[in-house]
Structures are given as C-alpha cells and as structure tokens.
Design a protein around this ligand. Structure first.
Ligand SMILES: [Fe+2]
Length: 169
C-alpha cells in the first residue's frame, strides 16, 4: 500500500447504521461553499454533490473523541450521476473517510497535469491525504461518506498510525 495517498483503518469500530440514520433525508445538506467561492459552482445542482456540516449526535461524538487530533466533521453526498470535481482541500490536510453507502466509486489522485497517479476503492474506514489533487469523476450510485477532518501534517499522521496513536483502540 502506498501511504502517500491513503491508509486503510480496517480495525476502527463504529455503528454504521447509527451514522447512516443521522444523515438520512436530512435537510441540512447544502452546496459546497468552497467550490462556490473558488469556481462559482452550485455543487448541489451542477455536480449533484452536497455537504452536511458539523452534524451532532452521540454516535458522532463517540467517533470524534476516539481520534488523537483536534477535528471537526461532515457528511458528503454525491448522488448517482454526479461528480466530486478534482481539487486540493483548502484547509484540512487529511480526512478519515467512513463509507455510508455500499460500493462507493473510487477516489482518484492526479498530478498537476491531471494525469492519474493513484486510484482507490474503499473497503472500509480509510485515512486519505487531502493535500494531493483528488476527486471522484464517476458515480454510478449514490455515494455518501462521513468525514472526520484532520489539520496535522500528513507525515505526522503516518507516524501516529505506525505508532498506534492515531485513535484510541
Ligand atoms: Fe477532498
């Protein structure tokens, strides 16, 4: 596994159904403000991609509290036929991705000329590097993730992972 891009966390335990229920049919999904500001995209309409920022519930507090870094979180939803345009995240450095829907389309990493560098199909909870260009170009089915954000340098997160200090086991 190439730990420049992603680190699977298959042993992280969480209540999948409870997470699904927090966001299901929730009215707080909105167009992504960063893409609005930087590219004038209304992502909900133009890309079928929406975010639900700072959700709050016991299952979410439990997950957030396990991580040994300061964090916030959101849900991201791309409906079937939509696109998560390629980008580098402006603030967060890395994200712990929790697949909510089955069979999520792969994340694709690109170099500065938009050549594909790496592609990954999630099989479970995964830490991803948000500071290398990435996107989800094709979504055949609805794709929902819960995302726990980190603002630590990627190298530091890799070290924490290797030392088993990324989260409370
Ligand atoms: Fe991203």
């Amino acid at each position: 596994m190439d730990d420049r891009y992603i680190i699977p966390l298959p042993d992280f335990k969480y209540d999948h159904q409870a997470l699904f229920d927090v966001q299901d049919n929730n009215e707080n999904y909105v167009a992504n403000p960063h893409f609005k500001k930087s590219r004038n995209l209304d992502t909900s309409k133009d890309n079928l991609f929406s975010d639900f920022f700072n959700p709050s519930s016991p299952v979410i507090e439990e997950i957030k509290n396990k991580f040994n870094f300061k964090t916030d979180c959101k849900f991201t939803r791309v409906l079937a036929g939509g696109v998560l345009p390629s980008h580098i995240d402006p603030k967060r450095t890395a994200v712990v991705m929790f697949p909510i829907t089955d069979g999520p389309s792969p994340i694709v990493y690109y170099d500065e000329n938009k050549n594909k560098l790496f592609e990954y199909t999630y099989t479970g909870v995964t830490l991803i590097n948000a500071k290398i260009e990435h996107g989800v170009p094709v979504n055949k089915s609805d794709r929902i993730f819960f995302q726990v954000n980190s603002y630590l340098p990627w190298e530091q997160l890799v070290t924490m992972y290797k030392e088993n200090t990324l989260y409370e086991q």
